[in-house]
Design a protein around this ligand. Structure first.
Ligand SMILES: CC(C)(COP(=O)(O)OP(=O)(O)OC[C@H]1O[C@@H](n2cnc3c(N)ncnc32)[C@H](O)[C@@H]1OP(=O)(O)O)[C@@H](O)C(=O)NCCC(=O)NCCS
Length: 166
């Protein structure tokens, strides 16, 4: 079941985040609570336990992440809207069972017509996540790097309505 993230989920979400470093960024519980407060959308997948989570930031957030700010500068320069996937992660034993895909389908359903931005590590390479994002319609719009790490900046444009049958 996909449902909104609630404060009682924070310890389980924190554990999933930390187990998936460095694919997702390191944090502490206080910073996680701050990210959830800033988030436009915070979802979890729960069966017997919390198996996965998704945090999405809208434009105009004070979130200082360099990757979020990269997309915000792009929006300010070009007017291109976006909602930013700050992090998506699945508990190790629940990976590859379409939970990540289900979270993205829910995001696309809840934010129809909105471009979706995110970044994926390419140095060190996160090939699984890159494939996962390409499969969901994301394409590279840039790269940025610091301290020996490089990320690919990805954007998923909304699917155009099909006018052929009108
Ligand atoms: C990437 C991730 C969110 C995908 O969710 P998922 O529920 O495992 O994926 P789905 O079952 O919906 O889709 C399967 C695809 O996900 C990717 N994937 C699966 N396991 C993965 C893993 N351990 N690490 C990274 N990607 C993985 C693969 O591309 C897979 O496709 P494949 O069959 O071609 O290998 C999830 O695997 C995960 O949390 N990975 C570790 C953290 C991470 O990389 N987060 C994204 C940071 S940008």
């Amino acid at each position: 079941m996909i449902r909104p993230l609630e404060p009682r989920d924070l310890p389980a979400v924190f554990a999933i985040n930390q187990a998936n470093r460095p694919a997702v960024g390191d944090l502490d519980e206080a910073w996680l609570a701050q990210l959830v407060e800033w988030a436009d959308l915070a979802l979890v997948v729960e069966s017997e336990q919390i198996d996965a989570f998704l945090l999405v930031m809208a434009p105009g957030s004070p979130y200082p992440s360099p990757n979020y700010r990269w997309f915000e500068r792009r929006r300010e320069a070009s007017g291109e809207d976006h909602v930013y996937v700050d992090r998506i992660a699945v508990r190790h034993r629940a990976q590859n069972q379409r939970l990540g895909s289900a979270l993205y389908e829910e995001l696309f359903r809840l934010r129809p017509g909105r471009p979706v931005s995110c970044e994926v590590n390419v140095r060190p390479m996160n090939a699984g996540s890159l494939r996962f994002h390409e499969r969901h319609g994301f394409g590279e719009v840039g790269q940025q790097g610091a301290n020996g790490k490089t990320v690919a900046m990805l954007l998923r444009k909304p699917v155009e309505p099909d006018h052929r049958n009108r």
